[in-house]
Design a protein around this ligand. Structure first.
Ligand code: 5RP
Length: 223
């Protein structure tokens, strides 16, 4: 990506992050995702002075950024059902189904999304696809099962690649799976999650986003 495209993408991340702020009710319990778009959202949230009851974080990186911004973080186990979850994505389709996990936080993200009444996904326009699967699908695996899971993923038609030098917040490995056929992402999410040793895959199709806000050159579009 050239410098101009990068700065346009960064502007779009800021734009969509700011528009998501309007959806955050005062005094709510807010789930906060992970990634560069969410970082823009955390910055906008901190600058807005909006009151929250608490924030629930989806990663160590987000916890640190929230704490640095003076936003109180609550353990999910002490939070009950969350009012709203805001997170980014690596890809989304026309049914608001997502691929997530480019930052490796997919498991906690899926847990916090599942614990939330409403999931609002914030993206720039580079993330929109007709069919999921251009972005390699991240799969979090228990380390001892890595090779076994990789063989199962090959049997499902993918080409898994170990994310070298990376350990998730849960102490696990990530396999990034290339060229997977994701025409039916709900079935594929179930199949992959059923492999012993898989913690979860980065498909958010069984529980898609409720709303996707996408920044474009001419403003934010809602799906
Ligand atoms: C992290 C994620 C992120 O939401 C995804 O990678 C998008 O990140 P960014 O906003 O930096 O493009 O799933 O695990």
């Amino acid at each position: 990506m050239n410098e101009k495209a990068e700065s346009t993408q960064q502007e779009q991340k800021i734009q969509v992050a700011e528009s998501a702020l309007a959806l955050v009710p005062d005094d709510c319990v807010l789930g906060v995702g992970t990634g560069s778009t969410v970082n823009c959202f955390i910055d906008a949230l901190a600058a807005s002075g909006k009151r929250l009851e608490a924030a629930v974080s989806s990663s160590e990186a987000t916890t640190e950024r929230l704490a640095a911004a003076g936003i109180q973080v609550r353990e999910l186990n002490h939070a009950g059902t969350l009012d709203l979850y805001i997170d980014g994505a690596d890809e989304f389709d026309g049914h608001r189904r997502l691929i997530k996990g480019g930052g490796g936080a997919l498991t906690r993200e899926k847990i916090v999304a599942g614990a939330s009444r409403k999931f609002v996904c914030i993206v720039d326009e580079s993330k929109k696809v007709g069919v999921l699967g251009r972005f390699p699908l991240p799969v979090e695996v228990i380390p001892m099962a890595r090779s076994f899971v990789a063989r199962q993923l090959v049997a499902l038609g993918g080409q898994p690649e170990l994310r070298e030098g990376f350990t998730t917040d849960n102490g696990n490995a990530i396999l990034d799976v290339h060229n997977m056929d994701l025409v039916d992402p709900v079935t594929m999410e179930q199949r992959i999650n059923n492999i012993a040793g898989v913690v979860t895959c980065g498909l958010f199709a069984i529980r898609p986003a409720d709303v996707v806000l996408m920044a474009t050159a001419s403003g934010v579009i809602e799906f």
